[in-house]
Design a protein around this ligand. Structure first.
Ligand SMILES: [Zn+2]
Length: 328
């Protein structure tokens, strides 16, 4: 069950977690009581049934430990994973302003679009050619017909001439590229990683960027092995901040080992708090903080405290190398 389906399920089921009775803390100190209550959101929510819905749970850290506010990334950033979230000229302008404030030099827009849809997005963002780079989709029309191929290649070439610098985001959740939904009795994630590996091996002169740590954020050891086997494979770190922040020491070791193959990405809109929480997780050594609104998780997060050298590579240099190659 992925995060979204879990949340949907939790909402539908009205998942409730029992909280200990206030009576259980009668012997505890005032501080301990305050801690428990702070952790359980507003006390009045607990009464009368002493239950709270998971969706309403807003834990707060009780620790008096350093809190790092990072308004701007320590080094210039290239965001390798975003989408055309801004639809109007004022929204695009606001996005650029936000990028300026937080230190994002350039954003790669994975349009997943072809034809008139791609042209339309391209036109909208054309005012900022230095700040946004457009990637197109594949034209999958007739993919299951014998003559599939030439028309898709032709459209790819047309998009490239119109300004596309890469292709993405391509989804395959186990049932082929057209279907975006996971279903039972199809290839699972492990099998999909095997497919990714075969694809990377078969096309050594194509550079692949696996989105979201190839969804191996829970098994970074395997991702390390996969990266080791395929020099043309990179991974973006987008939308997996809250999944790696609970294991800061192991995650930081992974970054150190594969710093030349990881690229920064967001995939989460374009507001300033969104960018800033990613910087806090990558740069700071803060511990035990919560960010439920952004990530929809209720567990505590920790900063990875990456070194300057690693930050420079992940924020910028690896992406610049890739984009340079694409232009070459
Ligand atoms: Zn995406």
């Amino acid at each position: 069950m992925n995060r979204r389906s879990f949340l949907k399920w939790a909402n539908l089921a009205g998942l409730a977690i029992g909280l200990p009775s206030a009576r259980a803390f009668e012997g505890a100190s005032d501080e301990a009581k305050a801690g428990v209550l702070a952790n359980a959101a507003a006390p009045k929510r607990i009464a009368p049934r002493e239950t709270i819905l998971l969706k309403d749970y807003r834990p707060k850290s009780i620790y008096k430990i350093p809190v790092t506010e990072i308004a701007r990334a320590k080094f210039p950033v290239i965001d390798m994973h975003s989408h055309p979230y801004a639809k109007t000229a004022p929204q695009i302008e606001e996005w650029v302003k936000n990028m300026d404030e937080v230190g994002v030099e350039k954003t790669i827009i994975l349009t997943m679009a072809v034809g008139a849809e791609f042209d339309d997005i391209q036109r909208k963002y054309a005012q900022y050619p230095e700040r946004f780079e457009m990637w197109c989709g594949f034209d999958f029309a007739g993919y299951d017909k014998p003559k599939f191929g030439p028309a898709a290649i032709k459209e790819l070439e047309r998009c490239q001439q119109a300004g596309a610098r890469g292709v993405g985001e391509i989804h395959d959740k186990g049932k082929g590229l057209v279907s975006g939904k996971s279903q039972p009795d199809i290839v699972g994630l492990s099998g999909m990683i095997d497919i990714l590996e075969r694809t990377a091996a078969r096309h050594p002169s194509t550079t692949f960027v696996a989105c979201h740590f190839a969804n191996l954020d829970y098994d970074l050891g395997r991702l390390g092995q996969v990266l080791g086997r395929h020099p043309n494979l990179y991974a973006d770190i987008s939308a997996r901040y809250a999944e790696t922040a609970p294991i800061p020491r192991f995650a930081a070791q992974f970054y150190a080992k594969h710093a030349d193959r990881l690229v920064y990405g967001t995939d989460m809109g374009f507001d300033k708090p969104m960018y800033r929480i990613t910087f806090r997780i990558l740069e700071s050594l803060d511990e035990h903080f919560y960010e439920v609104e952004q990530f929809s998780y209720h567990w505590s997060l920790n900063g990875l405290g990456l070194s300057d050298a690693i930050l420079k590579q992940v924020y910028h240099d690896n992406a610049a190398k890739l984009l340079g190659t694409h232009r070459g």
